[in-house]
Write a protein that binds this ligand. Structure first.
Ligand code: 5RP
Length: 225
């Protein structure tokens, strides 16, 4: 089975966790797109009443186009469940996110949710984190010095740029630096280091956040709790 089909079955399985009346955090990315399609169909066919809290302008537009009511996080008093994609998940269910540059909003929505569910194709399940580059959202001001500091620390940092060589900009007009670490031996220690560095707005380590993972596999969806 190809990756797209695995993403699709993960999204279609995850939609079953959404119940009438819920406020649902809506993640970002190509896997979440399948979730939104399945959710939009339920909203129309079952008259499901839910409020979606999107983590990106892309997801907000897609959700609205599908007839899903959306609100900003500051206009809801709680979030029952957030469903999001991930870039890598290790055997302890720690994750890397931010491949799609939305990890700041995604983390804000995740930590304000009663439950978090991630949907992935099973190529993203790994023994350890780190073979996927770790994204940092950083302030443009001072970012060249921050890059040098990260380089001296041995983190192999690289600005994320577009095809024209321009900085990729986040929702908050910040830059992205990707750390090419190869292998993250101690994710919690790295998290502490990154949390303490001025200029890093948010990093893509999502530790102790997820409650349920649904992986699309060639044998069908597999759920890990
Ligand atoms: C965006 C993210 C995405 O959830 C992550 O990149 C997975 O995306 P995709 O489903 O397209 O592989 O963290 O910031």
């Amino acid at each position: 089975m190809d990756k797209e089909s695995m993403k699709k079955i993960a999204g279609q399985e995850a939609v079953k966790y959404i119940k009438d009346g819920m406020t649902v955090g809506l993640g970002t990315g190509s896997t979440v797109k399948y979730l939104l399609d399945a959710l939009g169909a339920r909203v129309v066919n079952e008259n499901l009443r839910i409020i979606g809290v999107p983590t990106s302008n892309r997801s907000a537009k897609r959700a609205r186009d599908l007839g899903i009511e959306v609100r900003s996080i500051d206009d809801v008093d709680h979030i029952d469940l957030t469903i999001d994609g991930a870039d890598q998940i290790d055997e302890n269910f720690q994750g890397i996110k931010g491949g799609g540059i939305a990890h700041l909003r995604e983390k804000i929505v995740a930590i304000n949710s009663d439950k978090n569910l991630w949907i992935v194709d099973d190529t993203k399940m790994a023994k350890n984190l780190g073979s996927f580059p770790l994204p940092l959202e950083v302030t443009p001001y001072g970012s060249t010095h921050l890059l040098k500091r990260l380089d001296k620390m041995g983190f192999n940092p690289k600005f994320r740029t577009n095809a024209k060589g321009q900085h990729v900009l986040t929702h908050a007009d910040n830059y992205i630096i990707d750390l090419n670490l190869g292998y993250i031996e101690h994710p919690h220690e790295l998290e502490k280091v990154l949390n303490n560095m001025t200029g890093i707005v948010e990093h893509g380590l999502f530790l102790d956040i997820v409650d349920v993972v649904i992986a699309g596999t060639s044998e069908g969806p597999k759920t890990f709790k």
